[in-house]
Design a protein around this ligand. Structure first.
Ligand code: B3K
Ligand code: ZN
Length: 862
């Protein structure tokens, strides 16, 4: 497949001021008539024809200015119509089969309803159109279909009229006053009910809010509705953004390729990010719903009012909107814990991407299939990059920058460069060198060392941006680092400072210390870099107990454990060092358990050991390879050791938190700590853990408790495991989202037979390759279970490769998402590495591979 380059961008030759769409709806056959009013684009080179994108269809008829034309031709999937350089009306009829659309792109059937997904290039599967984000049009839509099947008919914007004919055909006309690109188009037809409410905007506009679901799900929509209201209010207060229609519809569908979609006035959501009640959703589920509802709402400005010029600019809307949703959730859920969670996600998903074969800058230079670039780099690193600007200029100037950006580019399709320029002008800052964050891939490494003499300490910083595919010899970046220096005697620091490292090496002097101070660096994770430093263990123990920056406190604990486990996994620990490391970690953990000033939500974070995936990345640093088996053993060994040594304090704390009533003060933190404690007990004393977990399961009055208990039981070879899994299945049978959890818990488990369990679950009657949530619940969980996925025989790799091959013809976008798990092969020890690589080769050899999967496999093998 052809490679598309950012440098090749040209504006489209035509403008499409208006688009009229007519749908005759049916699950198996929908007829679409599109009327496009077009005129030559004065900003582009004139052309004697118009190219309209299509995908998998043929025109039934083509008319220009009311006259049928036969002179059209097809080039690849596109339709080419000869056209003189003046205004015209083009009318095209097509017919599609939504039931046969298993890719879930374009118009498709789900559970008897019809819905759409158009970003990035799905609209061309509905009708021929210039399907690119820089062509903005005003859409009017008419639709009709059997009223009993589709009593609710929704589209973007406002409903103009609706009715039912005598012969039972329901119809509706919709109009969206805001010009938009085709990727924001949406249509929904089905038997749905709404949880409705209102929101009054800061200028007094009353907006009707609807959360549309199937009747049986209605009782689980209050949280989504409330989250929407909070998002609308917050965006007014914090970014000055007001909603711009009288209606905001959200529809939940159970077959969906990702989380949700920000279509103008008609968001389509995965049920996973809408439905919640205490019996079926965990605290984490509640938070995720709030975050995704906010994210899609915030897109109304960062994405819809100001959209992207081309798909290389994706981070313009996604990076910025992720930052906006993170800041919102920090305000709703608490800043400290939210920041730690966001960094954990970045490290788990983005760092491996940045150090692997799929590394790309947040603004990529080329792609074959744009769906492959909805990545943690574009989203999460994109958010970090804008967060750094905010850190450097401060909140007030940042707001001046975003105000100018929205004002300057409202109604336009903009670029990342436009955003940076608006920031420079609005926030009054020079971002010339900072722009490198948009073009250079790879996670910068910063080396920090302290040199002390007299009363002066020199902090020496060195940075290096590693080579990535297609990019070597990189320029030094602008790295904003928040630091504080703790006085060894008083245990205090005299204020946090922001240091800007913008050269390959730079030194900073601090005076007034009799002894070498203790360095707290990259506080709040002010820059998305890895810090490398030689630091005395005792300093980390001190910071883990005392740092006043919550993130830095968490980080000190992580650094302590990572340093120890990486050395252990590399087999480079002497017996004395091993003992010293274990003692230090146990001492730090004991202090965390005992700290009465600490709230439990934060305690739960501090108790969490670095994941095996993160450890693997650290072991495989600088071209080394890692043995996942050893990492697993060492990490489990440490857990068992801590569980045994801290048995009493762990039991005490378990009893305390177990008595905090659900929904009472501090309940969320208590629930988190409770399950954390169980994971340590499970490693050191499985029999006691099974007993505690079984009781926690039985007494649970909420899903957080129940799922936590079942998670622990799933890892144990104990009869309670079987009992509770059966109970859970029976209790929640028929509730797809909870049954997804049932699959996931087994696929993610530490049980020695997890791989066998996954193979059996793939044959379970509830398993279904056509439903992305179900596929992810089993196989994404499995691919993220390092112990089971990396079994020495290579069977785990084969399982994922077989899945990719089976899923690719059904849903290529979802299939391609599994490739990166095998693409890690260069970081793994030689035997396993060879097995992984040969599975990738087997996939590449397959007869008919989608563009999605082909691109990911080819890049992974390069
Ligand atoms: N913009 C959509 C993602 C579309 C993915 C297309 N493959 C959801 C979001 O980021 O809000
Ligand atoms: Zn988004």
């Amino acid at each position: 497949p052809a490679i598309i380059y950012r440098k090749d961008y040209r504006p489209f030759a035509w403008l499409v001021p208006e688009t009229k769409l007519d749908f005759e709806l049916g699950l198996d056959s929908t007829k679409v008539t599109a009327i496009l009013s077009v005129e030559p684009n004065p900003q582009a080179e004139a052309s004697g024809r118009i190219r309209l994108n299509g995908d998998g269809q043929a025109p039934l008829s083509v008319k220009v200015d009311g006259e049928a034309v036969n002179s059209w031709s097809v080039d690849g999937e596109d339709l080419i119509i000869p056209l003189s350089a003046e205004s015209h009306e083009i009318e095209i009829a097509t017919q599609i089969d939504p039931s046969a659309n298993t890719q879930l792109e374009g118009l498709y059937a789900s559970n008897g309803m019809l819905c759409t997904q158009c970003e990035a290039e799905g609209f061309r599967r509905i009708t021929y159109f210039p399907d690119r984000p820089d062509v903005l049009s005003i859409f009017s839509v008419s639709m009709r279909g059997p009223a009993d099947q589709f009593p609710v008919l929704l589209c973007n914007g406002n409903e103009v009229a609706r009715g039912t004919t005598d012969d039972g055909i329901g119809w509706a006309d919709w109009h969206d006053p805001w010009p938009k690109p085709s990727y924001l188009f949406a249509l929904v037809a089905g038997n749905l009910v709404a949880n409705s409410g209102t929101f009054t905007t800061m200028n007094g506009r009353e907006v009707t809010l609807n959360i549309w679901v199937r009747q049986e799900d209605l009782s689980r929509t209050d949280h989504a509705l409330e989250s929407l209201r909070k998002s609308m209010k917050w965006d007014e207060e914090v970014f000055g953004r007001e909603y711009d229609l009288d209606l905001y519809n959200i529809v939940a569908v159970s077959d969906f390729n990702m989380g949700a979609m920000e279509n103008k006035g008609l968001n389509v959501f995965n049920t996973k990010y809408v439905l919640a009640d205490e019996d079926t959703a965990t605290d984490a589920d509640y938070d995720a719903i709030e975050g995704v509802i906010a994210h899609e709402y915030f897109h109304n400005w960062s994405g819809n009012r100001v959209t992207c010029r081309d798909w290389f600019q994706l981070s313009l809307k996604e990076g910025f909107t992720v930052l906006r949703d993170q800041l919102f959730s920090q305000d709703m859920q608490g800043e400290a814990v939210k920041r730690i969670e966001d960094v954990r996600i970045l490290r788990a998903a983005q760092f491996p991407e940045d150090s692997g074969p799929l590394a790309h800058p947040i603004r990529p230079d080329s792609y074959r299939e744009i769906s492959n670039f909805y990545t943690a780099t574009v989203y999460n690193k994109g958010a970090e990059v804008i967060r750094m600007i905010r850190t450097m200029v401060g909140e007030a100037r940042f707001r001046q920058g975003t105000d100018l950006y929205f004002d300057r580019h409202d109604g336009e399709a903009a670029t990342c460069e436009d955003f940076v320029k608006a920031m420079e002008d609005g926030a009054e800052v020079d971002l010339s060198q900072f722009r490198l964050w948009y073009s250079q891939a790879g996670t910068p490494k910063v080396e920090a060392s302290l040199l002390h003499s007299g009363d002066t300490t020199l902090l020496a910083l060195k940075q290096e941006v590693p080579d990535t595919p297609g990019q070597s010899r990189k320029q030094p970046m602008v790295v904003p680092l928040k630091v504080a220096l703790f006085d060894r005697d008083t245990g205090k620091h005299s204020g946090e400072q922001l240091l800007i490292l913008d050269e390959a090496q730079k030194g900073f002097n601090f005076t007034g210390f009799d002894k070498p101070p203790i360095l707290s660096i990259n506080r709040g994770f002010s820059a998305p870099v890895t810090i490398q430093r030689d630091v005395p263990r005792d300093d980390l123990v001190f910071l883990a107990a005392n740092d006043d920056d919550s993130f830095a406190r968490y980080e000190a604990m992580q650094e302590l454990v990572v340093g120890h486990l990486v050395a252990a996994a590399r087999d480079s620990l002497s017996d004395t060092e091993r003992t010293a490391g274990e003692d230090a970690i146990a001492q730090a953990m004991r202090a965390i358990l005992a700290d009465e000033a600490l709230d439990d939500a934060m305690r739960g974070e501090l108790m969490m050991l670095p994941s095996q995936t993160y450890l693997l990345e650290q072991v495989a640093r600088d071209g080394a390879t890692a043995d996942p088996g050893t990492i697993h053993e060492q990490r489990e060994g440490l857990k068992a050791l801590l569980g045994a040594r801290l048995a009493q304090p762990l039991r005490d704390i378990y009893e305390r938190v177990a008595n905090v009533p659900f929904n009472g003060e501090g309940a969320r933190g208590a629930l988190k700590v409770k399950t954390q404690v169980l994971t340590y007990v499970a490693a050191s004393d499985p029999e006691t853990a099974a007993e505690l977990a079984a009781r926690q399961y039985d007494q649970a009055d909420n899903m957080t408790d129940r799922q936590g208990a079942l998670m622990v039981l799933c890892g144990l070879d104990h009869p309670e495991r079987t009992h509770k899994l059966l109970d859970f299945y029976t209790r929640y049978r028929g509730n797809a989202l909870v049954i997804d959890k049932w699959f996931t818990l087994q696929a993610l488990s530490l049980h020695p037979d997890a791989l066998e369990h996954v193979k059996a679950l793939a044959e379970h009657p509830d398993f279904n390759l056509k439903n992305p949530n179900r596929v992810r619940s089993l196989y994404m969980a499995f691919a993220g279970n390092p112990y089971a996925f990396h079994v020495e025989s290579g069977e785990g790799y084969r399982l994922i490769a077989d899945l990719i091959l089976a899923l690719d013809p059904i849903n290529p976008q979802t299939a391609a998402r599994f490739v990166p798990s095998l693409g890690k092969w260069r970081k793994i020890e030689p035997n396993r590495s060879e097995l992984m690589r040969s599975e990738l080769e087997r996939i590449r050899e397959a007869a008919k591979l989608s563009r999605d999967t082909y691109e990911q496999v080819a890049r992974s093998l390069d």
